[in-house]
Ligand binder design. Structure first.
Ligand SMILES: [Zn+2]
Length: 315
């Protein structure tokens, strides 16, 4: 999330010891999850910008998300080549945010089909501009315009992709952007959540509907009680960690709602909620970066004033 001005994250990532496992020069830590499923966890400095991963099947490889920059994507392609001679057949984008799609072109050039929920195809080139703010410069504009969009999309429900006999299920879930997919590897009991799950890390609520998101998290935990969950940010977790993240959103909602009942608004809500949030979640990743905006986003949602993405016209 460097580009998203979130560079001060080294302290908490160091706390969970990630640096020790990172090979020199790699922007991510590769974690084997069994049966040729791999998580690529962003390094301590945030050099990859987000987590990603891949699955090696019988006749090809599926990649889940492509980091915030092409250099990290190229590094992951090199790691895949060390493990298998099979080609990358699919790239699945869990959502449109820049930190998960910037390396799409690396894999498309290598012959992969980029696949995502339909809204990603449009939003990748429109909504990503907002992460650079109003002062977006020509190079940043060009970067967003040059992102490789999905060339295969689905609307909702679920889609199955096959790597030979190996089945991958891509399933739509609401809450984070309105264009999010979860990627399930049933034979390995691994679920790649993208940014629907942040492990011990405050989320970006810029496009979120927390109400729908909480329903999604409850479903993920109950459908996959013993799965390994790969978050968009933070280390690999389990259903308990997913529940812990849901507790964060629910707690935030309750804290903000209590202040709204006192007829507070804006800065007064932030002032009242921030210390409570810090007492409970001050050690979580991105606390300094997202705590205030999380409170403001939650207030807007509870007031029915939250701007969320409207599904685009069919591209
Ligand atoms: Zn992200």
């Amino acid at each position: 999330m460097r580009i998203l001005k979130l560079a001060t994250i080294a302290f908490f990532l160091l706390a969970w010891g990630a640096r020790a496992q990172a090979p020199a020069g790699s922007p991510f830590i590769l974690k084997p999850l069994g049966q040729n499923v791999w998580a690529a966890i962003d390094d301590a400095r945030g050099d990859a910008g987000a987590n990603a991963g891949f699955v090696i099947g019988d006749d090809g490889v599926a990649v889940i998300d492509t980091f915030e920059n092409a250099a990290a994507a190229r590094q992951m392609l090199a790691e895949i080549h060390k493990l298998t001679k099979l080609p990358v057949k699919f790239v699945i984008n869990t959502h449109y945010h820049l930190d998960h799609v910037a390396g799409n072109g690396v894999f498309a050039e290598a012959g992969a089909v980029v696949f995502a929920q339909r809204n990603v195809r449009t939003w990748i080139h429109t909504e990503n501009r907002k992460f650079f703010g109003k002062e977006i410069n020509p190079e940043q504009k060009a970067l967003v315009e040059g992102l490789t969009a999905p060339e295969a999309v689905y609307e909702g429900g679920s889609v199955e992709l096959y790597l030979g006999a190996r089945r991958i299920v891509v399933r739509y879930y609401p809450g984070h952007t309105g264009g999010d997919s979860v990627v399930e590897i049933p034979d390995a009991q691994v679920v790649f959540c993208g940014d629907l799950f942040w492990r011990k890390t405050l989320p970006n609520l810029i496009d979120a509907s927390a109400g729908k998101w909480l329903e999604t998290l409850a479903k993920l935990g109950s459908v996959h009680p013993s799965a390994t969950f790969v978050p968009g940010h933070g280390d690999v977790g389990n259903a308990g960690d997913v529940a812990g993240f849901a507790q964060y959103l629910e707690g935030l909602r309750q804290m903000v709602a209590a202040e709204l009942r006192q007829e507070k608004k804006g800065a007064a809500v932030v002032e009242a909620v921030l210390p409570q949030l810090k007492a409970r979640y001050g050690t979580w990743g991105y606390f300094e970066e997202f705590a205030k905006s999380n409170i403001m986003d939650m207030e807007a949602e509870l007031r029915g004033e939250k701007k969320t993405q409207q599904p685009a016209e069919a591209p």
